[in-house]
Design a protein around this ligand. Structure first.
Ligand code: GDP
Ligand code: ADP
Length: 183
């Protein structure tokens, strides 16, 4: 077995990346590496936590200390992965997973090379709208996701695996097979 591996769940926003990543990560015992964000937490409904929610001051402090592997500004909010959170489990021989947009996925691939396996998750635009609106997500956020869709969807060509998330259990099976092909 090579590795340890860095599994990056990427793809179009609202396609189910977080849902799938946490389900598979928990099932296979892969360590989650959560990004820090200054954005407010959304209703979690008892789901696994998606981010480290920190203040802008705290974010700026970490940034000033060079603690982030990379950072991004999306809308008015900041996002970043702490280098230590990724490197520690890897040094202990553990596989990890992250949920990132294409920009951050590209950077992690550049930095970590063959260790990185990108899993691109997508659904069609109409399904994104339907799912998110039925869950009560604000129209602003849904519109932002749909605006970015065309730009994000082309990234699938660079990813090691591409999976459409129509029926959740079938998707999970596809992801399981993809991940296990590396372990
Ligand atoms: N560049 C970058 N993007 C990130 C990072 N962490 C998360 N993201 C992505 O940034 C976007 C944030 O959108 P948002 O609506 O707040 O969150 P979501 O619910 O996770 O999609 C998502 O596509 C995330 O996957 C990070 O550290 N860096
Ligand atoms: N196969 C699926 N069928 C129906 N709803 C799904 C499916 N996969 C995910 N969802 C739902 O779609 C919404 C967006 O999923 P999420 O994991 O937050 O996406 P992302 O992280 O890509 O933005 C959530 O409400 C989630 O429960």
């Amino acid at each position: 077995m090579a590795g340890p591996y860095i599994f990056v769940f990427t793809g179009t926003s609202g396609s189910g990346r977080k849902t799938i990543a946490h389900r598979i990560g928990t099932e296979l015992g892969i360590v989650p590496v959560l990004s820090c964000t200054t954005r407010e937490a959304r209703e979690t409904n008892g789901k696994k936590q998606d981010y480290h929610y920190i203040t802008r001051e705290q974010f700026n402090e970490f940034d000033g200390q060079g603690k982030f592997l990379q950072t991004a500004t999306i809308g008015k909010e900041r996002y970043g992965v702490l280098s230590r959170e990724l490197d520690e489990p890897l040094q202990n021989g553990r596989h990890v997973y992250l949920i990132l947009n294409s920009e951050a996925a590209t950077m992690v691939k550049k930095l970590y090379g063959d260790k990185v396996v990108r899993l691109f998750i997508y659904v069609d635009k109409g399904t994104v709208r339907e799912r998110l609106e039925s869950k009560g997500m604000s129209f602003d956020v849904v519109d932002r996701y749909l605006e970015q869709y065309t730009e994000e969807v082309v990234y699938r060509k660079q990813c090691e695996h591409v999976i459409e998330n129509v029926e959740l259990n079938r998707t999970l099976e596809g992801i399981r097979v993809a991940i296990q092909s590396h372990l």
